[in-house]
Design a protein around this ligand. Structure first.
Ligand SMILES: Cc1cc2nc3c(=O)[nH]c(=O)nc-3n(C[C@H](O)[C@H](O)[C@H](O)COP(=O)(O)O)c2cc1C
Length: 193
């Protein structure tokens, strides 16, 4: 099955790259199949270094900020002996992996990876409809220019009800950030056309 989370890698200049990604995982999470687009920084970093960290998170504000490239303040990192890729501190669980096999024959590459270290920082908070709706909105935010504008805006509006009914301040903030991003990206594209 696919688990949506966050992958960290190291950029060529040594900075940390934080990107939402949904790898296929096995139940024990000992192997991951990442599917990064070849245009992504995650792809470039994994091809160069062969290592990264997958994080299971329930913080949708962090995931949303990562999705639209607005990670301020920068997330805290853990120092883990034996793990050279960046490990985020405010997550539920983390899985340090190394790439073992690549298939780059399609625009969305496939990278089989084996987990060599993992850790648990805190328990998963629990199911919450607002959080799942924000997760869906974050995916929409990364599909501007790929999906038709009307579809993006329609799906975004469907997600608003579960957020307002079941969310808290962080979910509201995340949803507003994503809505603003989607709407301004669409307006920017329309002006250029
Ligand atoms: C929940 C979620 C899951 C995602 N899964 C993937 C994925 O599996 N592969 C991918 O290329 N992009 C995925 N994306 C989109 C990337 O996060 C997005 O393209 C991002 O800009 C890539 O960042 P990077 O260039 O720093 O690697 C996902 C986005 C979200 C919100």
């Amino acid at each position: 099955m696919i688990v949506e989370g966050i992958v960290t890698t190291t950029n060529a200049d040594g900075t940390v790259n934080v990107a939402p990604m949904g790898p296929l995982v096995d139940r024990p999470m000992s192997r991951l199949e990442l599917r990064p687009f070849q245009t992504s920084s995650t792809f470039a970093n994994l091809v160069r270094d062969g290592i990264g960290v997958f994080h299971v998170v329930d913080d949708v504000l962090l995931l949303s900020r990562a999705a639209i490239g607005r990670l301020e303040p920068a997330p805290r990192l853990l120092s883990v002996p034996g793990v050279d890729a960046p490990v985020l501190a405010d997550v539920c669980r983390w899985y340090a992996f190394r790439a073992v096999r690549w298939d780059t024959s399609t625009p969305r590459a496939r990278c089989e990876a084996e987990v060599y270290r993992s850790g648990c920082q805190r328990e998963f908070f629990g199911f919450n409809r607002a959080r799942h709706a924000v997760l869906e909105a974050a995916i929409l935010a990364t599909r501007v220019g790929i999906l038709p504008d009307e579809q993006l805006l329609r799906e975004l509006e469907h997600l608003r009800a579960p957020v307002s009914k079941t969310g808290g301040p962080e979910e509201f903030e995340a949803f507003e950030l994503l809505s603003e991003h989607i709407k301004s990206s669409i307006e920017g594209r329309t002006r250029l056309e």
